[in-house]
Ligand binder design. Sequence first.
Ligand code: Z5A
Length: 216
Amino acid sequence: MPVTNHQRGRFITLEGGEGAGKSTLLRGLEAHLREQGIDLVVTREPGGTDVGEAVRAVVLDAGNNELCAEAELLLMFASRAQLVRQVIEPALAGGRWVLCDRFTDASYAYQGGGRGQPIARIADLERWAAEGLKPDVTLLLDLPVSDGRARAAGRGEIDRIEVEGDAFFERVRDAYRARAAAEPARFRLLDASASKDDVLAQAIAGVAGLLPEATS
Ligand code: Z5A
């Protein structure tokens, strides 16, 4: 029997700049959703599949400093194409929810805003490689760049994207905020400068409308 729209799972993504607290929030939100009885798949980008994790190693390896912006964009979408087809779509079609640490908005913010890749080119890739898949809700952790970088400092090795300067990350933040303003129905703009508990509470409120009791 075909899966109806009603049975389809929900797709939630987490976005934000460096050190905004996505990994921290992901753990808390995953626990909350599981407590609500949600059957959940948790994944990340780039990565989430064997192929995607291999791509992640290439794009984040600080030794690959010759990687051009066009190749970086295509690699992000190569990982995404695999993740959508191998993990996300099958889960959603089977009624499972998916919680993903970053998705296509990150390409608009980093490769579009940060690297200056044409937005129309990213939109083409989104339609083709990501099957036009959009999250039901995107939680954007917004934080001043200097605060995020201070949080991330001292974590150890710096990856190929983290070596960029503040101006790059300001463009990334601007691009994220512009996307949130353009799609207010999908985005929840979270104040990531609040305490960890407060950020989790903001996120729980942000996804509450997706829960079965809220929609029945
Ligand atoms: N990328 C891209 O360019 N294009 C794409 O399409 C995609 C990705 C999908 C890997 O992402 C890189 O890939 C990323 C974008 C690029 N590069 N950068 N920069 P990632 O998500 O794996 O890595 P990340 O963005 O570097 O995440 P992160 O730096 O690990 O940060 P986070 O997960 O947002 O933060 P965290 O680890 O939860 O928290 C950082 C610290 O702050 C930690 O000590 C926490 O305890 C602390 N923290 C967290 N929340 C709080 C609050 N609320 N208050 C105080 N302290 C806090």
